[in-house]
Design a protein around this ligand. Structure first.
Ligand code: ADP
Length: 295
């Protein structure tokens, strides 16, 4: 990412104004102008939903993509923003690798619209190669997130779903500061203790930042048998639900392990769109119902 490495070498205004659009040198808009642009953009988005997890590999990005698509299938105008600086996987999950957002005459970026109209923006679109490791310091990340929210032409949206890297680092902290009016967080875990212990830290993090917890999703809960389609209790079930109870936050539901999720993710075909009549797709729809009912 040429322009961002130039920011890294100290050319960035205010230490964090990384101008990512089209490799242009940073324009250094005043902080108040930037804030005004950001505010205007966010005002046009009715609901902002954060998808968090304290642990990697629990299926957070898969859940984020499928929730976003499920909302879009309900006729909602949806944006999906991937702010995972170290492993942006949304381009792969939606088969958008190598795509570049168009840069407008005003230096803003157009999100990539996929079939059905959902708008997608990912740091992955701005990396030169998908395997590029991005080593960014906190202030740069903050500047980049500000641009992904304020310099992207999201337009009028019913929902913006934001996928974060695992943990409770700069990224969710920045978004919590930039979007204090966010509806809240969907927290993803797997049923095992190794995951629920880490993920409960995400709940604590939300509490400390006054981000409402919309609920916990227990992913990889049981296995859908490829032969009979029954759900088998493979490892353990109920750990996420117990954690939600213990932490006194809503439980949104369980999504079983389904080999077709891996296949469709690897093929870049959103599972819920291509496998509508499965137990896992039904589980995603149940989880989306309270999000659709947000005031
Ligand atoms: P994270 O964002 O938490 O790191 P990912 O969404 O990238 O996790 O998912 C990690 C892997 O697990 C991917 O290969 C994905 O296809 C797979 N996966 C996620 N959820 C399920 C599920 N319910 N059933 C089967 N595989 C899943």
């Amino acid at each position: 990412m040429g322009s961002c490495s130039s920011c890294n070498s100290g050319n960035s205004p205010e230490g964090g104004g990384c101008s990512m659009a089209g490799g242009q040198p940073p324009k250094a808009p005043s902080a108040s102008l930037e804030d005004e642009k950001l505010k205007k953009n966010l005002q046009r988005i009715a609901h902002k939903i954060l998808v968090l997890s304290g642990k990697g590999g629990v299926g957070k990005s898969t859940v984020a993509v499928n929730l976003a698509i499920a909302l879009s299938l309900e006729g909602k105008r949806v944006g999906l923003l991937d702010v995972d600086f170290h492993g942006p996987s949304i381009p792969t999950l939606l088969h958008l690798e190598g795509r570049r957002p168009e840069v407008t005459d005003h230096g803003t970026m157009l999100p990539i619209a996929i079939e059905g109209g959902m708008k997608v923006m990912s740091l992955g679109f701005l990396l030169n190669r998908p395997e590029d490791a991005v080593i960014w310091r906190g202030p740069l990340k903050i500047g980049a997130i500000k641009q992904l929210l304020g310099d992207v032409e999201w337009g009028d949206l019913d929902y913006l779903v934001i996928d974060f890297p695992p943990g409770t680092g700069d990224e969710p902290l920045t978004v919590a500061n930039l979007i204090p009016e966010a509806d809240g967080a969907v927290v993803v875990t797997t049923p095992q203790d190794v995951s629920t212990i880490d993920v409960s830290k995400s709940v604590t993090f939300c509490r400390q930042l006054n981000i409402p917890v919309l609920g916990v999703v227990e992913n990889m809960s049981g296995l859908v048998c490829p032969h009979c389609s029954q759900v088998i209790d493979l490892f353990k079930q109920g750990g996420g639900e117990e954690m939600a109870k213990r932490m006194n936050v809503p439980f949104l539901g369980r999504i079983p392990l389904d080999p077709q999720i891996v296949e469709s993710s690897d093929a870049g075909e959103p599972f819920i769109f291509h496998h509508k009549n499965t137990e896992a797709a039904e589980a995603f729809r149940r989880i989306v119902a309270p999000l659709l009912a947000l005031p």
